[in-house]
Design a protein around this ligand. Structure first.
Ligand code: ZN
Length: 140
């Protein structure tokens, strides 16, 4: 554990989400896939929210997607103080599901809906990594 204040509140791990977080230790982004209706299921759940099927398996994602929507948060609710204005984004992954995250390595004024993004990782204190996104191809 670093002596520095954490940059973000670290998410708890529920039993159903344990495989998701385990994969982040290897910097792999995974998603549940419903074998009954052949669709991605995110966030992790015991049942598919579309068909209520229980035949779910974990699949690797490409980590590529696009910016579906975003806002800029000027007042952090993080008790550590956060880092000033930061984007809160909905990212549409290539596999067809959306994830709330942050966009990093991109000036706020360059954020654009539909811009191409790739997953990047922020280290958490317990060996997990938190999926964030950056412009595809790195910093412009
Ligand atoms: Zn289903």
């Amino acid at each position: 554990m670093s002596a520095e204040a954490p940059r973000r509140m670290e998410p708890p791990v529920s039993p159903v989400a344990e495989p998701f977080w385990a994969a982040t230790r290897e910097r792999r982004l995974v998603v549940q896939w419903c074998l009954d209706c052949d669709r991605p299921v995110f966030y992790p759940r015991d049942n598919c929210p579309l068909c209520l099927g229980t035949s779910l398996e974990w699949r690797d994602c490409t980590g590529e997607g696009s910016l579906y929507s975003f806002t800029v948060n000027h007042l952090s609710s993080n008790p550590t103080g956060g880092e000033g204005p930061f984007p809160v984004a909905i990212v549409e992954l290539a596999e067809g599901f959306r994830m709330m995250s942050n966009v990093v390595n991109c000036p706020l004024e360059e954020l654009r809906v539909d811009m191409a993004l790739s997953v990047a990782w922020e280290e958490l204190s317990d060996g997990r990594n938190y999926p964030v996104f950056e412009p595809r191809g790195g910093t412009a």
